[in-house]
Design a protein around this ligand. Structure first.
Ligand SMILES: Nc1ncnc2c1ncn2[C@@H]1O[C@H](COP(=O)(O)OP(=O)(O)O)[C@@H](O)[C@H]1O
Ligand SMILES: [Mg+2]
Length: 290
């Protein structure tokens, strides 16, 4: 990793949400520090995991980086095609072309795809919105990316309900990748899928990463998945990163008590304190027996 340049440098990023009183006169009575002073970088081609319990700030952090949320303060330096830029302070009108370079894959393939659009329209829509292709070229690019994610060209005529959860997630991935992004943020992207299907989608994400030279920020609460796919892992707790390490070092030798707690919370058939890979993931063939 050391020979690579950072794609993203996050510097002292904060996202605070005001909490208002109920009633006629709304007063701010509190502040939720969902992301509270985090600093880290993601190298080109790297997969960075963000883990932590529900409510620890993972999604808010990811969305603040992509400027789906306006950060309260801090910097998010992004190595864009046209140069290095601080996304946190980029004016809204200049963000649109940058958004092509950063895409998101969502958790729930059942609600994130418009049920009234065909798969072809769903996957091709970003190209239409950004006026990047139309007609035959649009169709060719839709077919090309569908095949890259393991779908068939005739699938583009059908509607999302005709597909399984794993296939829908492939459609969501195709929609993200048709923009040829450099950064892909996957927020609990496989959490809703069965374990065997998770394995297939994870393998697909790894293949696509290599083919398209993608950098991933992989948000997940399932540590087995994170251990498999991530190069480094940041552990979030109450809006802060409490520990950040190379994946194997973190799992072998967690230093922060919160990380130790998280790791020990993985259900394991073995009473031994040392974490074992999850049985079902070993049996489905994508975590090594140890
Ligand atoms: N739009 C919002 N308004 C107010 N509070 C929010 C908003 N989004 C998230 N939060 C709060 O921020 C904290 C972090 O949430 P989130 O980033 O969704 O955590 P995670 O993804 O780790 O489960 C939680 O306390 C959550 O309730
Ligand atoms: Mg979340």
């Amino acid at each position: 990793m050391s020979d690579r340049k950072p794609l993203i440098q996050v510097n002292r990023l904060k996202k605070h949400f005001p909490v208002f009183s109920q009633g006629f006169i709304k007063r701010q009575i509190d502040t939720i520090k969902a992301v509270d002073d985090v600093t880290f970088e993601v190298m080109q081609g790297e997969t960075l995991g963000i883990v932590g319990e529900s409510g620890s700030g993972k999604t808010t952090c990811a969305r603040s980086i992509l400027r789906a949320l306006q950060p309260t303060s801090g910097e998010v330096w992004f190595e864009a095609k046209r140069g290095r830029i601080d996304l946190a302070t980029t004016p809204e009108r200049e963000l649109k072309p940058l958004r092509q370079e950063m895409q998101m894959i969502f958790q729930d393939p059942f609600s994130s795809l418009n049920p009234r659009m065909t798969v072809g329209d769903i996957v091709g829509e970003p190209l239409i919105i950004h006026k990047l292709a139309k007609g035959k070229e649009l169709e060719d690019r839709v077919v090309e990316i569908l095949e890259k994610v393991g779908m068939r060209s005739e699938h583009r005529m059908r509607y999302p309900h005709a597909f399984s959860g794993g296939q829908r997630q492939r459609i969501g991935i195709a929609r993200a990748l048709i923009m040829r992004p450099s950064l892909v943020v996957a927020d609990e992207a496989v959490s809703a899928l069965d374990v065997s299907v998770q394995a297939q989608v994870i393998n697909l994400l790894e293949d696509l990463q290599e083919e398209f030279k993608l950098t991933y920020i992989f948000v997940a609460h399932d540590l087995s998945v994170v251990r498999h796919i991530c190069d480094r892992v940041a552990v979030m707790y109450k809006g802060k990163i409490v520990e950040m390490e190379e994946t194997e070092a973190l799992f072998e030798n967690p230093k922060h008590p919160y990380t130790q707690m998280l790791l020990s919370a993985i259900p394991s058939p073995d009473p031994d304190i040392k974490m074992k890979p999850r049985r079902d993931l070993v049996e489905s063939g994508w975590l090594p027996e140890d």
